[in-house]
Design a protein around this ligand. Sequence first.
Ligand code: GUN
Ligand code: ZN
Length: 451
Amino acid sequence: MNRNDKTARIAHVFSGTFVHSTLRAAVEILQNCVLGVDDKGKIAFIENHQDVVSLSEIWGFETSDIKQLGQYEFLMPGMVDTHIHASQYSYTGTALDLPLLEWLNTYTFPVEAKYKDLDFANNVYTKVVRRTLKNGTTTACYFATIHTDASLLLGELADSFGQRALVGKVCMDCNSAVPQYKESPSECKEETDRFIKELLKKEYPNVKPVVTPRFAPSCSSSLLSELGEIANNNKLHIQSHISENKEEVELVKTLFPDCKSYTDVYLKHNLLTDKTVMAHGCHLTDEELEIFRETGSAISHCPNSNISICSGMLNVRNVLNHKVKLGLGTDVAGGYSPSMLDAMRRTIDTSKALTIQDPQHKTLSFEEVFRLATLGGSEALSLDDQIGNFVVGKEFDALRVNVCVPDGPIDLFPGECPKVILEKFLNLGDDRNITEVYVAGRQVVPFPDTK
Ligand code: GUN
Ligand code: ZN
């Protein structure tokens, strides 16, 4: 209970039940505890409630300032959406009737081309940041579009609403059926450089750039090499897509005949690092997963999208057995829901479908899926030294959950223990149950304009 940092002051103290994941336990439930957050937004202490008086003396807070959680409330870490296309939010919930490559040319590229217009971008980007925050996404790894200024605007909006975000200006220089929706290789490089420089210059504490080749079929080999170099020289995150559907995997074989596999394409262009997150990976071989493990690259599992546009079913158990980092993604708008609660549910559905096909398959538990949405996501984005669970010194990214809100989606019955209450929230809950959201110690939901 020692106080190491004598300069920090306590900004919030919560008392009650805390639910999070650790490396050892997929779900750890801490009852009758107190958690303190310092004025730098970091977790200062998490201790048993019986020590509250001495904690208040050591840390200099008033016990009357403690926020007491109710019987049906708990705090959990904020959820990490490891893959979401902010630019596709306008048509979320529609256009799910075509497979990937046709879906991109028919629906996606024509919509993304509209982000040249900053008013259009401002409207959609404001809505997606608000919607995801309200649904408990404290960290989002975003794809924007090829437009640098609109991508910078997405970063500005995430910062002003207080969402932690990685923002990617999309890079693509070939194979687009929409002629105005691609760049020349030189434009791509120059605009990526400008995007990174300008976003870093803003010095947003929690919003950073991510180098974003759309996927191998949209990028020339020289563009992929340039992007690998930019990312490695500046130690930046990298995101893209890999092995989402079989037609795409075949296309990549024909486009990159000198590469052994889809994974080899990214490996050869220095795009697989311990700060890389690749979406989907449904059709990766065990050999390819081995390369992911060796390079420390992560997979974003996007189950809603995988089913909605009939791409495939990722065997998450096999990925975890290969010790590859894995987080969950909504993949809006291939996925029709912007909610990470939905991503958890769809992860279980896919796992159960795999068990139906093969009874030997070990189905994922709700506890494991909870870990993937929080700590797993932070690992996938290499942010686990900062976020993901309630550990002293990490940033306080958290959700206040009330499973018993008036007219809410959950009914409780006598004798239900905290684990059952958590399971009900994960399966039945929605944003009505997420009453407060904190990012880096700052309360960001309810939004200041609606309080
Ligand atoms: N592969 C390349 N671009 C995309 C995209 O926008 N969505 C999905 N789901 N897959 C992609
Ligand atoms: Zn995607």
